[in-house]
Design a protein. Sequence first.
Length: 320
Amino acid sequence: MRVIRAAQIFYERDLGVPVLLGRRDVIERVALAEGVSLDHVAIINPETSSDLPIFCQRLERLERYKNTGIGDARAVMTNYNYFAAMMVQYGLADALVGGVSSYGGILLRPLIRLIKPLPHAEVVSSCTVVELEKKEFGDDGVLFFADTGVVPEPTMQQLASIAIQTGLLARQVFGQRPRVALLSFSTKGSAKTAATEKVAGATELARQLAEKIGAEIAVDGEMQADAALIPELAEKKMGPSLVGGRANVLVFPDLNSGNIAVKLVHHFAAARTFGQIILGLSRPAADLSRGTDPEEIACMAALVGLQAIEYRKLYPDQET
C-alpha cells in the first residue's frame, strides 16, 4: 500500500513515470481499496514479462556470476529484486527504489551482483540524507551521513572511497563544492591510535582520489563531530579549514557509529532521514527501511531520478 501511494505522489508531482513490480490483480485490488489512481503507473509482473527469457539469457552469460551458486536463472529472475536490478542495468528503468517490505541486504545482493560498479569506486557503500530543523548545520539543515548501512569495518582505502562517493552525491544535490569531514574521536592528532591513524590516512587518500577523478570536493580530517559542525570549535581545535565548522558530509569511521548516529538524530532531534542511497554502482538505487512512509519513498525516488540524469552526464562511457 505504501509503495502504491508513493507511486501516485511521484507522478502527481511530475517527477517521472513510476514502475511497480508485482501481480497486476493484487496491485489493482489494493489501489482500489485505498482509493489510489493507477493512471500513468506502469505495472510489470516478472513471471509473465516478455523480458524474462532475455534476462535469463543475460544472467547465464555473465561470467562473473556463473560460479556464485545463485541457482536456476528463471527462479532468480522471477525474484522482484533481481528483475528490478536487471531492468536498471539494461536501461529499462532509470533507477531503483526498494527494500520497504524486506530485511536489510535482500535488495543489496542483486544490486551488487547485477549492476556494474563505478570504475573509481573501491567499495559499494551507502549514505543517508539528514534534514535538520536547525538550518545552521550543513547546507540549510541538510547533511549526508555515510556509511550508514553496508560496510561494517571499512579499510583505509574503502573509507576514502566512501568519502568521495558521498561527496559526489552531495555535489549532484546541492550543485556546489561538498565539504567532507572524516570523523573520529580525535581532531588532528589530539589522540593517536590505530583507529585515528586510519581516518587520517583515509583523508589523504580521499584528497588524492578527488584530484585523480577531477572532483571539486573539499576533504578534511580526522576531526571530532563538534569540530566538523561548529565554526568556533573548529577554529579552536584545528585552525583554518575549508571543512571544519561547516561540513555538509559526515563520514563515520565504521558502520556502528554511522548507523547509530542516524537513529539518534532521527529520534532525538526529530530530523527527517532519507536512505539508504547505494553508492559505488553505475546505476542509482536506494534500499529503504521497512518503516519508510509513502512521502519518504516518493522523495527517495525523486533523488535517485536526479542521480540518473547526472549519471548520464558523468559516466557516458558506461556500457550495459
